[in-house]
Design a protein around this ligand. Sequence first.
Ligand code: ZN
Length: 505
Amino acid sequence: MSKLLIVNAEQADALFGDGGWDAVVVVGNTDALDAHPEIQQLVAHASGVDARIGREPLMLLAPGLAGGRLVLAPTGDLEGEYEDVRRYAEAAQAGVGIALRAGARAPLLVIAGHDDLRYSQALEVALLGAGHEIYTPFDVAGPDVTLGVLGLEDAPRANALENGRIAARDLCGGDPEQMAPPAFADYCVELFADTPVSVSVIEDQDVLVRDYPLLSAVARASFAVDRHAPRVVRLEYTGEGVISRNWFLAGKGVTFDTGGADLKIGGAMAGMSRDKGGAAAVAGLMATLAQLKPKGIRVVAELGLVRNSIGSEAFVPDEIIESHAGVKVRIGNTDAEGRLVLADVLSHLRESVGECENPVMFSLATLTGHVGRAYGPYSAVIENAVARGQALGGQLQMVSEIWGEPFELSRLRREDFAQVAARSPSERLLSSNNGASVNISRGHQFPMAFLLQAAGLDRHGAGSDQPIAYMHLDIAASAVEKRDPLYGQPTAVPVATLLSNLLDH
Ligand SMILES: [Zn+2]
């Protein structure tokens, strides 16, 4: 692992080495850097001999500047109507990468902003890109880096966010043994020790089978192997003062997904240790809150940590199992296990809502291949009617856009309920058809119809005594970079979006 400290480089002469910086990394268009004529002058000279300047990220020898290094990381054209702030993240990632490989350990970021609203978080988003580049997995030795940023207004928040993202990447990225459910839970216990976030871990098999019956069905073939046995981790944060926001988050943490009896074949199993990105992101958000200690908010989270193993105890299609919410579910396909894990976890969160005002519930999951088929590398948010009535999905989408973690807004439709309707008098719901979601129309929308009903959230609709706004976030195509679950680095999406949604909007 590497350590990262983000610092507001406020010294007037930081550019010239005051503060100990050992490289200057300019992210963006140097034409916009009117406050730094010395940089513009160097760029003007270099442009005469190198046509790549302004087009590609590269390093110039700059004897007068900190560390003697000037890295230029152009964003490319920001004017295009379809461009977005990810340009800044990508440029910062490239620029910081060059600085680190050149030997810098204390690069100073200078962000050339842009006054278009879509770039309003350009500095923060550049930091996310830099943090992603600096991150090394917890089992790999990496450099300790201090990152200076000119004009950074809230360094404590930037550090808390990046530390949360580091935890999310660690938890999502660990291999099937390193981050099996007990190890994942242990990581959380350690992460939240001596913080205002309380942690409790359920590991007793009898309790799990009784209270999380669908989750335990998925885990059935793993109970016999202690180091693979399931866990439910519950995290709670209550800020000081009058509570005005109440959030409830369910995270899918399938630490390895063989598909179960509906085994993933033809090479489709590799990469399935990353099927825990939802739980990892929830833990990352809670880690950020643990550091920031914001007032007036309460957040309760449950992580369903399960290995979907195959073996003589494995659950199979056609089984009918009653969910924690008392709904009989016929298993359609054992590889559609994430919704089973989430349904019980959501049901427990539902019971935690109590009398609180305006509760907002989320499920976060790498749930379906379909979301990638439908949207490419984007995440999807799907609202229930209560959330839709408050336009919460649209707000989340807007926030995600300016934080460079873009979501598409999907809509739950009546056909989605038909997909999971009972096929016989013995059950009330069918978990899925017996095929891969990627091949079914509305494959990422209809699981929400299942989640709503199997978790008992359909009893909390707009006309009920206690309406609960609920949004399901499918991050199957965005939890790992380049949509490559095998070798891509975890992205920690959507920790930044959720944090901003919670604190700023
Ligand atoms: Zn699966």
